[in-house]
Design a protein around this ligand. Structure first.
Ligand SMILES: NC(=O)c1ccc[n+]([C@@H]2O[C@H](COP(=O)([O-])OP(=O)(O)OC[C@H]3O[C@@H](n4cnc5c(N)ncnc54)[C@H](OP(=O)(O)O)[C@@H]3O)[C@@H](O)[C@H]2O)c1
Length: 259
């Protein structure tokens, strides 16, 4: 029996990806901090789709998180053929509003953990072919975003990491896909403490987590390199590429109320 491991599966896009994979009868390993939400989701998906769904409540911002996660995998002899690096969060507002420890914790969850987890699980993924790594990135990866500076940089890192690793693994039976959602109707923006202007802008273009998950899983199984969800977000990335960077940065700064 092989499993899909999903980080950040308790809510939002990660939960929707769990539901999408369960509907395809794929067994699941779910990771996030909120044990109650994970337990409820595991039970529901097990009953609804007759799949195995196990969970580990873990704070991925703690120093030995990946080691702890790997101990759990090894103890239970879980075999993994899909890794979904989805857990992530943003810190909005001026860079200087946060301590370096707050920035580092976010960088760990958004970048270090996905890299470390990929490295840890690659031998398994190579052994359990065909296998897949799905990285949930962001439309923020395509430009600098004043007001979400460290977050956007962490997502640019993940986009570049995904593409480089995908090329290196092209003949190894492991496909790597980066999916970049734009604004999605989860609690993400509120948790990132995005101001009212930003929340209003997001509301106008929000996609549902279910729609994002469907696109992401389809892209992963189609072995796509890079997908931006939705036409508006694709257009946004194209305009960012077309126009001077300064213009995109000024627009973003306006949305995140930095002017
Ligand atoms: N929503 C958007 O507009 C949007 C747009 C572009 C990209 N994204 C990306 O999509 C991914 C999912 O975001 P979302 O919108 O679904 O956000 P969300 O609703 O806030 O969900 C985030 C998930 O990550 C988990 N998580 C956060 N910090 C964690 C930690 N320290 N340890 C373990 N798990 C942690 C949360 O679980 P617990 O709280 O239970 O730990 C939750 O399951 C993120 O990588 C985000 O950057 C979102």
């Amino acid at each position: 029996m092989t499993y899909a491991l999903i980080t950040g599966a308790s809510k939002g896009i990660g939960k929707a990806i769990a539901e999408e994979l369960a509907s395809r009868r794929i067994h699941l390993l779910l990771v996030a901090r909120d044990a109650a939400l994970l337990q409820e989701l595991s039970q529901t998906l097990h009953q609804q789709y007759q799949i195995e769904a196990n969970f580990l409540a873990l704070d991925l911002a703690t120093p030995n998180a990946v080691q702890e996660l790997n101990n759990w995998i090894e103890t239970h002899h879980y075999r993994i053929h899909i890794l979904v690096n989805n857990a992530g969060y943003g810190l909005s507002g001026p860079f200087t509003d946060y301590t370096i420890d707050e920035h580092k914790a976010m960088m760990q969850v958004n970048m270090t953990v996905p890299v470390e987890l990929t490295a840890t699980l690659l031998p398994q993924l190579k052994a359990n072919q065909p296998s897949y790594v799905l990285n949930i990135v962001s439309s923020a990866a395509y430009q600098s975003v004043p007001g979400l500076t460290t977050y956007a940089a962490s997502k640019s890192f993940m986009l570049s990491f995904s593409r480089g690793l995908r090329y290196e693994l092209r003949n190894k039976g492991v496909s790597v896909t980066a999916v970049s959602p734009g604004s999605t109707d989860t609690g993400f923006a509120a948790r990132a403490k995005v101001g009212t202007k930003g929340l209003k802008a997001a509301e106008k273009v929000n996609m549902t987590p279910k729609a994002v998950a469907a696109i992401a899983v389809k892209a992963m199984f189609a072995k796509k390199a890079e997908v931006i969800t939705g036409f508006i977000n694709q257009l946004g990335a194209f305009l960012v590429w077309l126009f001077p960077k300064k213009l995109a940065e000024k627009t973003a700064a306006g949305i995140y109320e930095l002017d």
